[in-house]
Structures are given as structure tokens and as C-alpha cells.
Design a protein around this ligand. Sequence first.
Ligand SMILES: *[C@@H]1O[C@H](CO)[C@@H](O)[C@H](O)[C@H]1NC(C)=O
Ligand SMILES: *[C@@H]1O[C@H](CO)[C@@H](O)[C@H](O)[C@H]1NC(C)=O
Length: 460
Amino acid sequence: MRPAVLRRNAVLSAFSVIFFRFSSATFSQSTIPAIAKYFGTKGRYEEVNPYLIDDILSVNKSLSKPPSSDCRAIHLTAVIRHGTRFPTSKNIRKIKNLHSLVINEAKDTHTWLRDIKTNWEMWYTEDMDGKLVEKGRDDHRHLAVRLATSFPTLISKDNFQNNRMKFITSSKHRCVDSVEAFQEGLHRLWNIKDTSYSHENNDNLMRFFDQCKKFIENVENNKTALQEVDLFKSSDEMKKLQRRIADRLEIPHNHMTTDMLEAAFFLCSYEFSIKSLNSPWCNLFDEADAQVLEYKNDLKQYWKRGYGHDINRKSSCTLFHDLFRRLDQAAYDFKFGHVTEAVTVQVGHAETLLPLLSLMGFFRDETQLTASNFHQQQGRTFRTSKIVPYAANLVFVLYECGEGLRLQFLLNEKPMTFPTIEQSAPLYRKVRNHYSDLLNGCNFEKECELSKMNRRNTEL
Ligand SMILES: *[C@@H]1O[C@H](CO)[C@@H](O)[C@H](O)[C@H]1NC(C)=O
Ligand SMILES: *[C@@H]1O[C@H](CO)[C@@H](O)[C@H](O)[C@H]1NC(C)=O
């Protein structure tokens, strides 16, 4: 079941360890780029759980065990981001421009630059446009197996074959392909020969951001909503970075635009996440450079999907209510008969997960992320590299225990505590109580409606 790519990597990294012992410390060509932990939403899932590099199916049972021995898991809802994907056509065009720039203008004083100029082929084509790659299918096949190992009474062959597991996805091809890969992982695990998969497309739930008028008008189509990002792009920090990269390529400073810079960083990330390669392009950046670009990407997510604007979080009200409705339903069914929906698997986007996490108060820093506080924000909790890599997952598990219902929450297979509730897997009523304002309000129609003033403006 382990993909060949990973086995080959294990061999290669064993080799490089031996090789490294006998070589000087100035040369350390690892299979993992040193900057891989700064790729933000373009990061590989293994970077947040490095033990998976050695064994992609390994599960740390102590992280997903029931709150106590008298507990019985009765429902699980997982909200999962699609797996590793190709760049979008817009980014592919940027990569193309960067490649031409390097071919035409860069000197070849470094070995890695010669390597790019003579050996690297521009293999991305615009029709790849954001589609799921084979590694992305593996992300979901493997995650399915690990979750089934962690929660064997819920993600079970019996529940699967008797339709007590429900699959819902965003209609985007990369999400549909991910949910099918997830089911394929379970088929292989349980040796099910039938290969018919079923799922429901639901964009109201998984792409709520496309349907929230207020979000579209106030943030998505509003040039000033992301002004902190623009300010950071023209900050000293970024200008210095542009000059450093231009110097490494030995090209005129003004030829290294922000777009080119971004394209180079993305290119290193794509070559790594798609092909497991430490590409020569990665030599353009050291860790300090990568931290600047990581911050730029976090700033964008913060202002577009996170705490920056209230409507970003509020646009996820429907998904929030849907989650608690499922948990309530399972609790009710358990009390009065049998649980008909033991598991819900919902596949969406980073843009789906971040607003929900923010609505629920996770990863909220005391001070806002702005263009001017890059240095103060070194220790921020809002770090998308850690939160939403490919195949990022939010797992909510409801337990019936001696003293009542408990709710466990895991992000990327690690237990998390709810804001202001210290204990992990607290009583479900404590969680409901903590979110009572949202549970009694947070009405999507109301939150997403355009204010009268805005409406008048658009009518003019
Ligand atoms: C599993 O998780 C526990 C709790 O975080 C940790 O102490 C332990 O080292 C982990 N075990 C393995 C094998 O990684
Ligand atoms: C655009 O964003 C700015 C900054 O957040 C805000 O002040 C302004 O009201 C927004 N404009 C619209 C039309 O929503």
C-alpha cells in the first residue's frame, strides 16, 4: 500500500545521511527542502506530522484514545481539505515567465543555476489548472486508513457498507477526486471489490464563500480589504528580499518582481509536494527568506479568510450549524434508538476550513497581523503552514461517557482544546454553552446580506 515514491525517498534519505557524514557541512542536499515548513497552504501534510515520513500509515493511538475507558464513540464528523494539487493556470503562467527570465538573463555561476538552465524542463501546462495530483489521491487514501485505525468502531466496514457513513464534497474536481480517493482507501483496507462510490455535492456547505454576497462585496471584490498584504508587498522587508534573490540570479534588481518572487517560492513548493523533489529552484531561498514569504501568505489568509474581517468567519455559519446539527442528531439517535449517521466526511478547501476555525476562535492572536509587525508576529499562532497544508483535517468525535456526552476535537490528527475550555474532550454541553451565541445566532442569510448602503451603491 505504501507508494513507491515514499519508499524511494526513504532509501534516498538513508543514503544522504550516510553521504552527509563523510562530506563537509557546507553541502547538505537533503530530499526535503529546508524551507518546506514555510509553504503555507501549499505545504505537504507530512511536514505537520513528520513521523509519517517513515510510515505514512502510522497512527499514534494515544492521541485519539477516548476521554476515559467508560466512553463509547457515537459520531464522527471530519471536515477535510482536498489533497495535493497542481498550480492554477494563473500561477502556471507566472512560473512560465519566471522560467524565461532565468533562462534568458541569469548567469550560471552556481551549479544549481546551471542545473535549472540546462536540465529543468517547464513541464507544467495550463490545462493542469488546480487538478488533484496522484500524491493528492494518496493523501486521502492514507488519511482514510489512519482515521479508520484511530476510530475503528465508527469508521468500520459495517458502517461503510450499511450507509452509516456519509460523504459530502465541494463540486470542484479536486475535491470530488479527493473524496473518491478517501473511499478507495477504505475499499482497499477492507478488501471491498465493488468500486462504486457515492457522495453528495454541496457547495452551500463546502463553498459558502462563493454564496455570501457581503463577503464578495466587502472582501473578495474590494481592493482595499487586503491593503495590509499590498503594503507588505512594498515593504522594506520584501524589497530587500527581492534584491537578495535578484543578486543570487545576477539579474537587474528591477527584473525580480513580486510576481516572479512568488512564482519561484511556489515552484519550489510544487516540485516538492507533487514530485517529492528538492528542486534546484529551492536554492534561491534560505529559511529567513522563506519566513518573509510565509508571512505574506499568512497575511493574505488572515485578511481574506481569517480574523481580518468579521464577515470572513461569519460566512461559515451554515457549516457551523450543520456540524452541531449532526452532533445533536447523533446524540438524540443514540438516546432513543440507533445512530443512523455514524460518520460524516466533508471535503472542501483551505477557504472552507480557515473561516470555520476562526469562527470557533482557534488560532486567534492578540494583535492583528499587519504589514508592519512581521517581526513581532514571529511567534503567531495563525500560521497556515501548520493549520491548512494539503489534506488538512478537522475531526470532531462525540462520545457517550458515564457522566454524559463529550466532544473531542483534533486538527491534523492532534487533539486540540476549545478556546477557554482547558480540558481536552470536554462535556458536550460545556462546548455548546461556550458557543451559545453562535448557536443561537450566526444566521447566514442575515450575516451575508448586503447592508442597505452597499445595496444603494451597487444600484447607482
Ligand atoms: C504519541 O503521542 C504522545 C502524546 O503526545 C507522545 O508523548 C508520544 O511520544 C507519541 N508516540 C510516538 C510513538 O510518537
Ligand atoms: C472595502 O474594505 C475597506 C477596508 O476594510 C472598508 O473600509 C470598505 O468599507 C470596504 N468597501 C466595501 C464596498 O465594502
